[in-house]
Design a protein around this ligand. Structure first.
Ligand code: UD1
Ligand code: UDP
Length: 367
């Protein structure tokens, strides 16, 4: 059975890597890796960490790419390559433009498509934008829905997906994290160990402009008010984020701005962090497993499990809420220990094994 595993961006590569490595163990599978390279440098960084060399590389990324152009270019190139490759199964993970276009290309070509991290929903098409639409489309078109949690399974059932097409596997992000985080990883940055480290990431399109300026101002305010705090902010290369971050935060003595960290140093930074401020999906899943509190710079989340467990809090891209909640965690040991608990609602590290088993059973049926 020929399986094409697709990844376009950093988080897809991190979450697809355990699946690729697991499927490659099966000698009856011909596993091919297709990089759309919707992200160029950040995708390459991750594949290098996991020693994965893409078999096909569409090299799609353009500077500050627009969504319609990206979508159109992806669809044309995917159509060409899938017609040539004729896979039996295509797998993609998550909710990026890569995933939505892969699902659509497979639908047009009648290739069975498996969606990893299926069933996440905010039920608000504008938030996150455009990811909610991407995952709804991928969900409509998938033959296999590999849902990370019972709650994501429930979302799919609400959309009338047949129960026999849904498997709760856990999220492969935990497989990836467990494969690297058993030890404290090295972090080659000028971290001041006498200070408490706050790690920041941000990149969501719905936060571009004023919301993102509020986030940066709140980060600066927290640094100004807390001399015992150091802030590490690996800045996403999207120009809409990067320009504002450097304009508002560069040169502050307690703030380290740096390019995106490779996956291992980033996990090292999470391990060392006292608090994490982030609008990232993946970070909301990883940080609880590492026992680190996250203040989510969004008003809603498709990952309610950690919020319900009380280890992640939604603060929105809102200056007052970010400053207030962060200060509470810095000042109150009681508030801090209530949220800094190691829980892993997103998986047990065996998601890739489960996906492998399901596809092996399918291969046996087809044989
Ligand atoms: C994309 C996904 C988002 C995901 C995020 C993970 C879409 C629409 N967005 O957002 O769902 O959460 O990735 O990070 O699918 N760039 C580089 N080098 C890189 C990567 C990006 O220079 O390695 C710059 C380029 O100018 C590029 C821009 O960032 O055009 C935006 O990249 P894009 O993939 O369109 O959107 P992201 O904001 O990265
Ligand atoms: N990450 C990384 N380097 C960084 C920031 C994040 O390797 O500088 C990893 C992080 O561990 C997580 C993933 O990237 O697994 C999250 O990606 P991102 O926030 O870009 O996308 P999202 O998860 O929001 O789609």
């Amino acid at each position: 059975m020929k399986i094409i595993c697709v990844a376009g961006t950093r988080p897809e590569a991190i979450k697809m890597a355990p699946v690729i490595l697991e499927l490659k163990k099966n000698k009856s599978f011909d596993v091919r890796v297709l990089a759309t390279a919707q992200h160029r440098q950040m995708l390459d960084q991750v594949f290098a960490v996991f020693n994965i060399v893409p078999d096909i590389d569409l090299d799609i990324m353009q500077p500050n790419q627009s969504l319609p152009t990206l979508t159109a270019r992806l669809l044309l190139k995917l159509d060409e390559v899938l017609q040539l490759e004729k896979p039996d199964v295509v797998l993609a993970q998550g909710d990026t433009t890569t995933v939505m276009t892969v699902a659509l290309a497979c639908f047009y070509l009648r290739i069975p498509f498996g969606h990893i991290e299926a069933g996440l929903r905010t039920w608000d098409m504008e938030n996150p934008f455009p990811e909610e639409m991407n995952r709804v489309v991928a969900g409509r078109l998938a033959k296999w829905h590999f849902a990370p949690t019972e709650s994501s399974r429930g979302n799919l059932l609400k959309e009338n997906v047949s129960p026999e097409k849904i498997w709760v596997t856990g999220n492969t992000v935990i497989d990836a994290l467990q494969s690297v985080s058993a030890v404290q990883l090295p972090l080659d940055l000028p971290i001041d160990k006498s200070k408490r480290l706050i790690l920041v990431t941000a990149h969501r399109r719905e936060n571009f402009g004023l919301p993102y300026i509020e986030i940066c101002k709140a980060v600066k305010h927290i640094a100004d008010k807390n001399s015992d705090v150091q802030i590490l902010y690996p800045v996403h290369p999207n120009p809409n984020v990067k320009e504002t971050a450097y304009e508002l935060l560069d040169g502050h003595p307690q703030i380290i701005l740096c390019p995106p960290l490779d996956y291992l140093p980033f996990v090292a930074a999470m391990q060392r962090a006292h608090i994490i401020l982030s609008d990232s999906g993946g970070v909301q899943e990883e940080a609880p497993a590492l026992g680190k509190p996250v203040l989510v710079l969004r008003c809603e989340t498709e990952r309610p499990e950690a919020v319900d467990a009380g280890v992640v809090k939604l603060v929105g891209p809102n200056f007052d809420a970010i400053v207030k909640e962060c200060q509470l965690l810095l000042d109150s040991e009681e508030a801090y220990s209530a949220v800094a608990r190691g829980v892993s609602p997103y998986g047990d590290g065996k998601a890739a094994e489960r996906i492998h088993k399901i596809l092996s059973e399918y291969a046996a049926q087809c044989a």
